[in-house]
Design a protein around this ligand. Structure first.
Ligand SMILES: [Zn+2]
Ligand SMILES: [Zn+2]
Length: 258
């Protein structure tokens, strides 16, 4: 039986897929990935994400400004994101968040964009997709202040331990595990995979980035989600098919996708 998988975080409209997207989507469907969420990182890529979701019935879009791109976000950019967010195929606001690891934008710019777009998510009643790297205390404080739990959200590519997972769950977030959970040294992520309650967990590829074993160092794609799913099922001691069905149901309920 093919598992029913939902890739909750992909960048299918990125240039890495420009030459062979049809083949990539065909391999995804073949592997059981029946739903994909493609995610913008600035106004231009958010527009591209929406355009793809309009074309493909099993692809939905999220629009936002990534912390790396926060420095350039001005009022016209926020207006453009808010307009795009009203689109029928747009099911979430993201990705947004804080990245104090690479610090490609100044911290105050990152925090300003995060607050502003969490406000959009709350007003529109759409969940937020949170990117957070080496910035958990600051991010969780803002998420709490902006009441992220009201419309809900996903802590994407979760990279902490069980204590941090607990804090995210308490804020009302769902935890998303990506390719790194398959890496041999990822002991903390293994514990997180076992710790998160069954109805608060989803999975993603974050493709073209972060491929699971044994594809490390290459381009990631949605079809590889099955490898991450299999590893999470193994860690939790569950059957792949039943776990995949439940993870997909959790994602669909949060994103209001049938
Ligand atoms: Zn991210
Ligand atoms: Zn991403």
């Amino acid at each position: 039986m093919t598992p029913d998988l939902f890739d909750t975080h992909a960048h299918l409209h990125f240039p890495q897929f420009a030459s062979d997207l049809d083949a990539v989507l065909a391999r995804a469907r073949e592997a059981g990935v029946r739903r994909m969420l493609t995610i913008g990182t600035d106004v231009e890529t958010s527009r591209a994400a929406v355009a793809l979701a309009v074309q493909e019935p099993d692809v939905w879009a999220a629009v936002g400004v990534h912390p790396h791109d926060a420095a350039g976000a001005d009022d016209p950019a926020f207006d453009a994101i808010e307009r795009l967010a009203g689109g029928e195929r747009v099911v979430a606001i993201g990705e947004i968040g804080l990245d104090f690891f690479r610090n490609l934008s100044p911290r105050d710019a990152q925090e300003r964009v995060l607050r502003r777009l969490l406000g959009v998510a709350r007003r529109m009643g759409k969940p937020a997709l949170i990117h957070c790297r080496e910035a958990h205390d600051a991010a969780l404080e803002i998420l709490a202040a902006e009441k992220v739990g009201e419309a809900g959200g996903i802590m994407h590519c979760f990279s902490g331990d069980t204590a941090l997972a607990r804090r995210c769950l308490d804020l009302g977030l769902v935890i998303s595990l990506a390719g790194p959970v398959t890496y041999p040294k990822a002991r903390a992520l293994g514990e997180v995979a076992r710790f998160v309650p069954a109805d608060r967990l989803v999975i993603e590829t974050d493709c073209p980035f972060l491929p699971p074993e044994p594809h490390r160092g290459k381009r990631n794609e949605p079809a590889y989600l099955r490898l991450t799913a299999a590893r999470v099922a193994e860690l939790r001691g569950e059957r792949l098919e039943s776990m995949a069905a439940r993870l997909t149901a959790t994602a669909c309920a949060l994103l209001r996708i049938p």
